[in-house]
Design a binder for this molecule. Structure first.
Ligand SMILES: NC(=O)c1ccc[n+]([C@@H]2O[C@H](COP(=O)([O-])OP(=O)(O)OC[C@H]3O[C@@H](n4cnc5c(N)ncnc54)[C@H](OP(=O)(O)O)[C@@H]3O)[C@@H](O)[C@H]2O)c1
Length: 313
């Protein structure tokens, strides 16, 4: 099969690779669409500790059909259409994933659209649920035009929140208004948001995280779920202590530690919102698998609005 590997130099190579064999509790998926995420950028740079390194295949989310399963996977039916979250190995025509990281793909929706929800919708739904975002609360989304951000904006609005987005241009702001944002803050100006918030979803972190932590209202919840702007320094967390009297909550969230049950519950909520028309995938661009390099560079640029997808066919 065709697969894309990361070389020691960080370059990507398209190679002929043996088809992976599922372990006892895994399934093999014949892939129709592959999600490209910022984690893949970090993996290729050697900045993601769980990526096995040179010679390995990146890619943490694929949509396709189950073609075989290990003996310990009950009820895996041949041809079942799924969203699978492999522990890397997704930039290929086939990949294996643990059966408890495989979710049903809804019928009648393109594979690219399902992967456009994928990991990003699971993160966005889970963080707003963990933060307990309630109707009428003010919610701020950082990195709103990104893969997670466009979905978090919609889900926060669907939960009845009054949503403010931080983004990098007026044009992105207009697109985010169409997805449910009530207010737009352009981060290319010097101004920070001038309100305070009950919930802040941060996919960016970086040097400005502390300034955003200061925007929490009393009893507010700050969810840190990404670092597209770089790792936050220890000083970023100082407002938690200096604003102790306001009872702030910091929630750090990674999909890696979500239980299989919580993963299924979150995905079921995502699909319900999709069916009800309160959530839709936002795709930026699709590339053939052989152009994975260009796809990864686009994600690295921070310019996509929504999701970048690879097509293995
Ligand atoms: N917690 C988890 O389980 C989990 C799962 C998947 C990914 N992640 C992480 O979440 C983060 C976002 O992922 P993503 O797929 O949404 O990435 P993405 O599509 O690249 O979006 C990130 C967005 O952040 C904004 N941004 C980028 N650089 C910035 C900077 N220097 N300062 C301020 N804003 C900046 C941009 O949005 P605007 O132009 O609109 O501001 C960009 O579109 C990544 O760090 C990724 O590794 C976490």
């Amino acid at each position: 099969m065709k697969a894309v590997v990361v070389r020691a130099s960080g370059e990507l190579d398209v190679v002929d690779a043996p088809e992976p064999a599922p372990g006892p509790d895994q399934v093999l998926v014949d892939i129709d669409a592959i999600g490209v995420g910022y984690v893949d950028v970090m993996a290729r740079r050697g900045e993601y500790p769980y990526f096995p390194g040179a010679g390995s295949v990146p890619g943490l989310e694929v949509v396709g059909r189950v073609t075989s399963a290990g003996p310990d996977v009950p009820g895996a039916s041949d041809g079942q259409r799924v969203l699978a979250l492999p522990s890397f190995g997704g930039y290929a025509e086939k990949a294996v994933a643990d059966a408890d990281r495989v979710l049903p793909a809804p019928p009648g929706i393109d594979a690219a659209d399902v992967v456009g929800l994928g990991v990003n919708a699971l993160v966005a739904e889970s963080v707003l649920d963990r933060a307990g975002a309630a109707p009428g609360e003010r919610v701020l989304i950082r990195g709103a035009g990104g893969g997670i951000g466009v979905l978090a904006t919609q889900i926060a609005a669907a939960r009845g929140g009054e949503v403010t987005v931080v983004t990098s241009s007026a044009a992105r702001g207009e697109r985010l208004r169409a997805l449910g944002a009530a207010r737009v803050v352009d981060r290319t100006g010097s101004a920070l948001p001038d309100e305070t918030y009950d919930v802040i979803v941060d996919t960016v972190a970086g040097p400005d995280m502390g300034k955003h932590l200061e925007l929490l209202r009393p009893n507010g919840r700050y969810v840190l779920c990404g670092a597209a702007g770089g790792a936050p320094g220890p000083e970023s967390f100082e407002p938690l202590l200096s604003r102790f009297h306001t009872s702030p909550t910091l929630i750090a969230f990674s999909l890696n530690s979500v239980t299989p049950e919580d993963l299924r519950t979150s995905w079921a909520r995502v699909l319900t919102m999709l069916e009800e028309g309160r959530l839709s995938p936002v795709l930026d661009r699709s590339f053939p698998l052989t152009e994975a390099e260009a796809a990864l560079r686009l994600v690295e640029s921070g310019k996509p609005f929504g999701k970048v997808v690879l097509n293995p066919r």
